[in-house]
Every structure is written in C-alpha cells, then in structure tokens.
Ligand binder design. Structure first.
Ligand code: SF4
Length: 181
C-alpha cells in the first residue's frame, strides 16, 4: 500500500532539482537557514569532518568566527554567509555530501534545507512550493511547475518521508503520557 501523503498539492505539483545542469545552487545563494539547538550541536560536534570540504575562504571564517551569523529568524540563529553563499556551500551542500557519505544525506543538514521545497501552509499542512501557489514569491527556476514534467510525488519521496517523520515526532511530543495526562 502506498504512503498516504500529507502534502496537499502533491498530486499536481511538479519538481525537479537541476543542480549541476544549469543551476549552480542558487537556493544556497545568501542562504541563511535558521538552526535550532540540536542542529547547532550536531554541526559543532562533526565540524572537523566538514572543514576540509569547505571553500578556503569559508573555512577561514568558520575557524575564526564560527558558522553562526549574528542574525536570527523565528528566534533561531542563522548560518553565516561568505562571499554570498552559505558557509557550507561548496559546489553543493557540504553537510548534505558528508551526511550521504555517513549514510544519511539529511543527517547534518538544517531541517529547513532538508525539507525544501516542502513548506507548511497557514493550516499547518505541508505543500510543495510552486509558482502560483500559496503566493510563492521565490523566483527559482525549479519552483516553476512549467519547467519540468517530473511529478513531485516521485522526485520528493525522501523529503515527503522526512515531513512524515517531523509530523510523527511533533505528534509524539504533543501526546500526553499516562503519567502527565
Ligand atoms: S546548509 Fe547546505 S543546503 Fe542549507 S543553505 Fe547551507 S549549503 Fe545550502
């Protein structure tokens, strides 16, 4: 039986990442994802593994000043940008690459990057970001459903599975235990 997809527009959405095929990673350009305490701790703990993969100028900044900027979004610190790209960008996401080498591409990636292009709407339901849907403002090539015939339900299987995981974790947190009920 197929997984019931908690993504409201997945049946009609199209999405295809074309990184390396005309896109140089524009979604990480000035990318400053917010990171929570667990994500910061995980990146910090594995930083020596990431450093050799960083752009030399990004590595220098990270070694001297750390990977967090002084900016905050939704109360969370944001990653630094060096030369207009996220510090962890170097011909792709270093956190993604090292995570994949360690067996899980999402292992070290901030949640907001890992889940892209899924997002929650005002009702808390997941949807695929698309031009012309939910007032999407980001003018990315890959968010234009006219640029690919690839069904998002296929191309975003891993991201949808991650969204389900997030929902399950949130539900567990909200479910009162026998002791606390
Ligand atoms: S953490 Fe990775 S995916 Fe997120 S903005 Fe930085 S380089 Fe891009």
């Amino acid at each position: 039986m197929g997984v019931s997809l908690p993504v409201v527009n997945v049946a009609e959405a199209k999405f295809e990442c074309i990184f390396g095929r005309g896109c140089d990673g524009i979604c990480c350009h000035n990318g400053r994802p917010p990171v929570d305490t667990h994500e910061v701790e995980r990146i910090e703990a594995h930083l020596p593994k990431f450093l050799p993969h960083l752009r030399p100028e990004a590595r220098e900044v990270v070694e001297e000043h750390g990977f967090l900027s002084r900016r905050f979004k939704l109360g969370l610190p944001m990653l630094r940008v060096v030369d207009k790209y996220c510090v962890f960008f170097n011909q792709g996401c270093v956190l993604h690459k090292v995570g994949a080498m360690d067996g899980d591409k999402f292992l070290y990636k901030p949640g907001s990057c890992a889940i892209f292009p899924l997002m929650r709407n005002g009702e808390g339901n997941w949807y695929v970001r698309q031009h012309g849907y939910e007032n999407e403002e980001w003018d990315l090539f890959c968010l234009n459903p006219n640029h690919s015939a690839m069904p998002a339900a296929e191309s975003l299987k891993d991201e949808i599975a991650l969204a389900i995981k997030y929902d399950e974790a949130a539900e567990e947190e909200e479910t009162p235990t026998r002791e606390s009920a």
